[in-house]
Design a protein around this ligand. Structure first.
Ligand code: DAH
Length: 336
């Protein structure tokens, strides 16, 4: 027992000086005590073994305590680099994890727009009334606000119902481009929220990709050309496209942009079945430009906002939007 007590002291001393606290569990003293159990006379062996084991538990306790303190002091750095050469983690059933299909498709989409000269910006998941409505030319108490029914905090902050919340910020951030004779060309893919009844085509949380382009002499023709070029690239084929009139407070004129529905997804030959609305768009309303400090007599622009899920569902023939957030591995593994 004296031997154990002096080993305890030695271990503690050693422990204090250790950088890697866990190394104490590999200390030779500890191993020697365990090896020693065999040498103890049989009648004392039980008590000795128990004491050794207790010491080991105590030492483990030191380590655990030290690690907890470490964690409290060191904030978790989620931007810390991970080893890019490390293999993907393998889960219990032996399968590797994969990137979520929405992440993959957002990457694809950003890549296409970047090659077209657009800069990518992120949105935010909590915003205010000004960015959600007022800066976008929604008058106070206007019924159009009802189309964007979302979640609010007690302080009056909103979970953004569309990525258009970023229009004002993006235009202010890149406003100087215009004086240099360059356009503002930004795409914002991010998460949005709606108070929706869920079904195969409606989720309360989904992704949109917003586009904002402002410059001199920008026309509806530029809008059509930009969106058509994107769709053709994304779907890997030449698609017929169509604009139909619509209403948004933040664009004038406003449109819905449709592409031809793939034959296999058509129920009949009607004109209605021929087209698939993919996004809302239009020429940015002068009041929206003004709110961002841009002279609307000198500059014009177009904007659009579309659903990412819709694109991905079309591309991959997915029938139900709820799969994306379902954490259903069978669904997710199709996208390896
Ligand atoms: N924010 C609209 C929505 O979610 C979509 C939209 C329409 C965005 C027209 C735009 C736009 O930028 O110009 O329904």
């Amino acid at each position: 027992m004296k031997e154990i007590e002096s080993a305890r002291k030695a271990l503690r001393e050693q422990f204090e000086g250790l950088e890697d606290k866990k190394a104490i569990l590999r200390a030779t003293e500890l191993k020697a005590l365990f090896d020693g159990i065999r040498e103890v006379a049989p009648e004392k062996r039980g008590a000795y073994g128990k004491a050794v084991n207790e010491l080991k538990l105590e030492v483990q306790g030191w380590v655990e305590e030290a690690m907890e303190i470490d964690e409290e002091v060191l904030p978790l750095d989620i931007t810390a680099p991970t080893d890019v050469n490390a293999p993907l983690p393998t889960f219990i059933d032996g399968n590797s994890g994969t990137q979520h299909p929405l992440t993959t498709e957002i990457d694809t989409l950003c890549d296409i727009f970047q090659r077209m000269g657009f800069v990518i910006e992120e949105s935010r998941e909590i915003d205010d009334d000004y960015h959600m409505f007022s800066s976008l030319n929604f008058p106070e108490d206007h019924p159009a606000r009802d189309d964007y029914d979302t979640f609010m905090t007690d302080e009056g902050l909103v979970a953004p119902a569309h990525t258009s919340t970023m229009q004002n910020r993006v235009m202010q951030k890149y406003r100087d481009n215009l004086q240099k004779g360059e356009p503002i060309a930004v795409v914002v893919p991010d998460r949005v929220f709606r108070n929706e009844d869920l079904d195969a085509t409606h989720e309360h949380t989904f992704y949109q990709y917003e586009g904002i382009y402002v410059g001199r002499k920008v026309t509806v023709g530029n809008l059509i050309a930009t969106l058509s070029a994107f769709m053709n690239e994304y779907f890997g084929q030449e698609l017929e496209t169509k604009l139909q009139p619509f209403y948004f407070p933040f664009t004038e004129p406003s449109f819905e942009f449709a592409i031809e529905r793939p034959e296999i997804l058509r129920k009949d030959d009607s004109e209605e079945q021929k087209w698939l609305e993919l996004l809302g768009c239009g020429m940015i309303h002068p009041n929206v430009l003004k709110a961002a400090g841009i002279d609307s007599t000198e500059f014009t622009g177009f904007a659009w906002g579309g659903g990412v899920e819709r694109l991905v569902m079309m591309k991959n023939g997915i029938e139900d939007v709820r799969h994306f957030e379902s954490a259903n591995l069978k669904f997710l593994r199709q996208f390896k």
